[in-house]
Design a binder for this molecule. Sequence first.
Ligand code: SAM
Length: 255
Amino acid sequence: MTEATALRVGPGNAGQARAWDGEEGAYWAGHARRFDRAVAAYHGTFMAACGIAAGERVLDIGCGTGQTTRDAAATAGPGPALGVDLSARMIELARRLAAEEGTGNVSFEQADAQIYPFPAGSFDVAISRTGTMFFGDPAAAFANIGRALRPGGRLVMLVWQGPGPNEWVRELSGALAAGRDLPAPPPGAPGPFSLADPGRTRTLLASAGFSGVTLDALHEPMWFGSDPDDAHRFVLGLMGVVGRVVCTWFGSSLC
Ligand SMILES: C[S@@+](CC[C@H](N)C(=O)[O-])C[C@H]1O[C@@H](n2cnc3c(N)ncnc32)[C@H](O)[C@@H]1O
């Protein structure tokens, strides 16, 4: 059962906020190190692509428990890094981890990046490690992020390719489908694969005012545990999160 959230969110984001500011965010916060390790093979390439220079002002969208915000702050210093996320639990942990590490130029806000009134032109770079695929109104969200950037500022996002190349969801949904033909999900529906189509993503970003868009494919393994039992325990706990992904993606025929 997902609890209601008091957070003010934009059109189409109530369900995501209930989930991320509820059980999903709580599970994520409870296993933060493990989630960071799950995508560790992507992290270095992503941070290098962000290309953050000393003094830059960084906005981290859907920052979760803040590994990318803290790493950005370490490079941007004395420039500030702000992380925003829907989940109060993840933001609370992000603040604690930054304090423990003594990172002074970092701050976190629980907010919906789609509607949050960022001061116009106040960031040099917006970054996101798998945090920009869940917007109910992605055109409005990317326009809002664009307004927060200075003229000539940049946006660097890591997003999932479609379910085909992603074993972590393909195998699970294949098992649940048990040989049935699954209906295609609505294109661009909020969820991990909403930005998987390069053409749609280019059009979306262009409509929000971004130019010079480049897309680079990255294929790395995910890490779920140190051995099959360990991974099994983690994935079972993840079923709420992955289950919702599968249901969103394949619709009610599976759930
Ligand atoms: C897959 S997690 C990634 C978290 C983090 N970036 C990481 O790499 O560990 C997606 C995150 O996006 C956040 N999110 C989803 N929609 C959002 C929105 N509209 N505004 C801010 N954060 C959002 C969720 O709360 C969640 O923490």
